[in-house]
Design a protein. Sequence first.
Length: 155
Amino acid sequence: MSGIRPWIIALLAFPAAALAAGGNGGGDTAPSDPVIAAVQEATGRQDFTKAAGILQEALAKSPANADYHNLYAYAVRKGPNPDMDLVFKHYNEALRLEPKHRGAHEYIGEAYLMVGNVAKAKEHLARLDRLCFFGCPEYTDLKKAVAAYEAKGKR
């Protein structure tokens, strides 16, 4: 029995060590990224048009940045007149660049709910369930959004 204890401790410690090292596979960008900081400031004021503009410029310089695509789609979706074709284009590009991007899976799921496609939202919820072995906020948030959508009778 004493030979099993070190293995159990190692298995329990691994997820914490991976998260501390930033290895969550979810597309996190270092908070020192000035683009992300500017976008967070704009979205904090609910100025989604400004956030979208910042991200549009950033994407022109860094088109392979999954986080920028994800946040651009989010800003467009939350803005005054969301262009859902553009939203889906950029969420899908974020996921093409980084298939395990948890934020993009959550947000595209929410976007699918906006257009009434609960089946596609549930596909991304299932993907998050597989990505988040011990659970994660993205899974929890999308699960709540799907439940709220279904509770309104919009199955």
